[in-house]
Ligand binder design. Structure first.
Ligand code: ADP
Length: 265
């Protein structure tokens, strides 16, 4: 819908038919350019771990290795394979979200249950990536019920929490919970004491493969697709994402759901 707006402003007095035609062609060209970008990005993301992986295979085939080195190599290779698996899994999630019609009301779910689930998972992740000093706190408030697709909501919540875990240095604090705003809108929030994000990056964060710091994202197993997934889930439920961040202090990511999908008991 964005390209349409731009063109209508550029040609406000064009003949209607011509305008339609131009608009369609432009939309098609833009879609094509985006598709090309996407394919280039995916290829690049796959090529990197693949290059590392085949490099190790070649080394192991040509040089006899000590047992310790062999073990280390295999572990690094397994990491690269894991990285490709995560990428493919995120790509499939994204394509399912983009390709299927928005869900209806879905089922009413106890948000406390969802929260427990993703907090447990985040604690596990924090141990795996060796930042066990994190405090990951579920924030208990009034019990909130949300209507939607459980797997999608879990996936969005889990992506926001895992970002907080991955970007917050050891010793940091992460708080997450559901609450209802005064206007009835439901808010899932994740606050961290991580590095924060400079303002100029905020509008682009949900673009596929957009990263503020490429190497930091990769180091911690990021695919660059997490926030794109969260955005789609929010939009499919009639909601959106909000971010507040202060460089050097931390970030607060919020997934909002419309009042019609939220109840407090
Ligand atoms: P990635 O897999 O790279 O984390 P995401 O789409 O989840 O991809 O996030 C996009 C980018 O937003 C990240 O690469 C990172 O630069 C930034 N980001 C996301 N969450 C946080 C956070 N909690 N603190 C700091 N930066 C973040």
């Amino acid at each position: 819908s964005q390209p349409t707006k731009i063109l209508l402003q550029l040609h406000p007095y064009g003949k209607k038919r011509k305008l339609m035609l131009t608009r369609d062609v432009t939309a098609v060209q833009l879609a094509e350019a985006m598709r090309r970008d996407f394919v280039a990005n995916v290829s690049h993301e796959i090529r990197t771990p693949l290059t590392v992986l085949s490099g190790f295979v070649e080394t192991m085939q040509t040089i006899p290795l000590e047992e310790a080195d062999r073990t280390r190599y295999l572990s690094l290779m397994s990491q690269q394979a894991q990285r490709m698996q995560t990428l493919v899994s995120d790509l499939l999630t994204l394509s399912r979200l983009e390709g299927s019609p928005a869900p209806g009301q879905g089922e009413w779910i106890d948000s406390g249950e969802l929260l427990q689930h993703v907090v447990q998972e985040a604690r596990g992740l924090s141990e795996v990536i060796a930042k066990p000093v994190h405090t990951i706190e579920p924030v208990a408030g009034a019990p909130v019920w949300v209507a939607g697709v459980k797997t999608e909501l879990l996936s969005a919540m889990s992506n926001l929490l895992s970002n907080a875990v991955r970007y917050t240095p050891g010793g940091g604090t992460i708080r997450a919970g559901w609450q209802v705003r005064p206007d009835g809108i439901g808010e899932f929030f994740v606050e961290d004491t991580g590095p924060g994000i400079a303002e100029e990056h905020l509008p682009r964060l949900t673009e596929r493969f957009y990263r503020v710091d490429r190497s930091r994202s990769r180091e911690t197993g990021g695919t660059g697709l997490g926030l794109a997934i969260v955005k789609h889930v929010a939009q499919r439920h009639g909601g959106q994402i909000e971010v507040e961040s202060v460089l050097g202090e931390g970030s607060r990511f919020m997934m909002l759901l419309p009042a019609s999908r939220v109840r407090v008991h």
